[in-house]
Design a protein around this ligand. Structure first.
Ligand code: PRP
Ligand code: URA
Length: 210
């Protein structure tokens, strides 16, 4: 597990909002809003070490040199549920490109099945930030990282809202170079591969499909 990094959030705002997100009484509209707010807060931490470049800027008084984030980030939401995190991340990184990856878990095997992938042509040159609210078995996040690495991407970060210990371990084992930014580490998976205590099916709760 050399170099594996887990950045576990401890900010009260994030923990408070995750509790609201878990609540079975939280409706679709509020669930979407909370996913946005939590993504913004975790996104703040996940972008903390982005490299900066010097840029010239003219204030009303003088010319000076400021710091800027190069336009080299690609957000990679894992469909469907990762889409709920995109708007928040784009508000932090408005110049980022967005590459989509479609993965679903086979209900029997829990193995991820890739059904869609569309990345920017220059994705291999970019810092890719994978967005998926749930890290359960870890199969989907590992598959998303595999897919980006096959396309030559070298700098990858993973952002999840709720994770299970086995999911974190699966990502660390398969991709020790990829840091994970996680809102909350839960106890375990149930027999159907759902995170406990968790929040249920993130896609269904975001889009009201159940
Ligand atoms: C959910 C979630 C993750 C995956 C996590 O997606 O959004 O992508 O499960 O589980 P894992 O860590 O065990 O792979 P799901 O397969 O339900 O697809 P959906 O978002 O299209 O409903
Ligand atoms: N996917 C979800 O949406 N929820 C879980 O608890 C596990 C996987």
């Amino acid at each position: 597990m050399a170099n594996a990094e887990l950045h576990l959030m401890d900010h009260p705002l994030i923990l408070h909002k995750i509790t609201m997100l878990r609540n079975v009484e939280t409706d679709t509209k509020d669930f979407r809003q909370l996913v946005t707010e939590i993504s913004l807060l975790i996104g703040y931490e996940a972008t903390r070490d982005l490299p900066l470049v010097d840029v010239e800027v003219e204030t009303p008084l003088v010319k000076t040199t400021g710091k800027a984030i190069p336009k080299n980030v690609c957000l990679v939401p894992v469909l469907r549920a990762g889409l709920g995190m995109v708007d928040a991340m784009l508000s932090l990184l408005p110049a980022a490109r967005v590459g989509h990856i479609g993965l679903y878990r086979d209900h029997e095997t829990l193995h991820p099945v890739e059904y869609y992938c569309k990345m920017p042509l220059d994705v291999s040159e970019r810092v890719c930030i994978i967005l998926d609210p749930m890290l359960a078995t870890g199969g989907s996040s590992v598959a998303a990282i595999d897919s980006l690495k096959r396309r030559g991407v070298k700098n990858i970060k993973l952002v999840n809202i709720i994770g299970a210990p086995c999911g974190v371990e699966a990502v660390h084992n398969a991709h020790p170079d990829v840091p994970i930014y996680l809102g909350c580490l839960d106890e375990r998976l149930n027999e159907n591969g759902y995170i406990l205590p968790g929040l249920g099916d993130a896609g269904d709760r975001l889009y009201g499909t159940k």
